[in-house]
Design a protein around this ligand. Sequence first.
Ligand code: RNT
Ligand code: ZN
Length: 415
Amino acid sequence: MSNQSYQYASSTYKKVGVDTEAALEALSKVRISIHCWQGDDVSGFEGSGDLSGGIAATGNHPGKARDAQELMADFDLALSLIPGKHKLNLHAIYAIDAQGVPRDKLEPKHFEKWVEYAKERGLGLDINPTLFSHPMAADSLTLSHPDKTVRDFWIDHCIAMRKVGEYFGRELGITCLNNVWIPDGYKDVPADRIGPRARLKDSLDKIFAEKIDKKYLLDSVESKVFGLGLESFTVGSHEFYLNYAAKNDLLCLLDNGHYHPTELVSDKIPSMLLFADNLALHVTRGVRWDSDHVVLLDDETKEIAKEIVRCHALDKVLIGLDYFDASINRIAAWVTGVRNMQKALLQALLMPHDRLKDLQDKQDFTRLMVENEELKTYPLGYVWEEFCKRHGVPVRDKWLDIVEEYEKDYQLNRD
Ligand code: RNT
Ligand code: ZN
């Protein structure tokens, strides 16, 4: 029966020149970098308390992971419900058995257990230095701080994490992405804009001075428009990092919560790809601000996926997710976001892009609009079901029953 549904979908797409088998094959090769921090509201294992840096996880759904064991167990459940092979994205604050080790002294050995975990599951690992939720970042200034002692601490931390990333790449045989994001900014109109940016530039030069084999490690820098309490000025702005990355052969990481609301990351992707070999993304959903809601199958997610696919850039764009919703079951949040990113990619892979481009070039905008609109109700769902089945994960919303059972048996006993 279900096979019949897939056959029907396959023949429907075939009529517009789309091969569903090729789409399924292409999608199965895409590793999404899944952020570990959805599992515990960006708390980490240092036990130091509140999230800082102008970002916030809101909500108080019970059952968040309290330690590495719980986070790993929760993530295992999420993985069992997500089709395909992926990457796990870690932050420095998720070091294991590193109690009392200052962030600038973290070493690969503090991440050995994650490597073991990843190896057993065929996962890749990504890393982020953590330049927030720390006494040295209490004033939301880190790499651009006027005090050299503070800057040096964070420079050393970033260098330490590059070594951890290199270790991940070497151990797993899957290139690690090390992404630097800093909160630095001012609440009110600054008296000096170039000074903090010059200091940030100098700090980055020191962090990236050592060349590390790109087979193991790629480095990216993530810009932002503003943070909570830092509304007037962001040191690491888009222009700053765009230029810094281009000049220093680093990747730009575009987080779609980090731009003005009518500015779209989907539109930036082709421009970036004309000038850079690789590009990194944090796919998220900002509601009114950089609120980091769970990724839905919404228009911008679909448009991002379309750009990646029609630029033939599935192997050039490193797709990561970045959201942290504490108001719902955190495993369900992971599964929903990743599956939606995959659905968006599948939908993009099931479009006759050459034909549509041709209509644009011929300026047949009537037919272009009509065909695009008709494609929206093509039987994507049956192809998605087939993908889930082939990868041995539940179809449609069946996976939620499993999460709910786990929540009852394990998560609700945690608080
Ligand atoms: C913050 C950035 C950054 C963080 C994570 C936790 O606005 O998006 O990527 O969300 O590093
Ligand atoms: Zn981000």
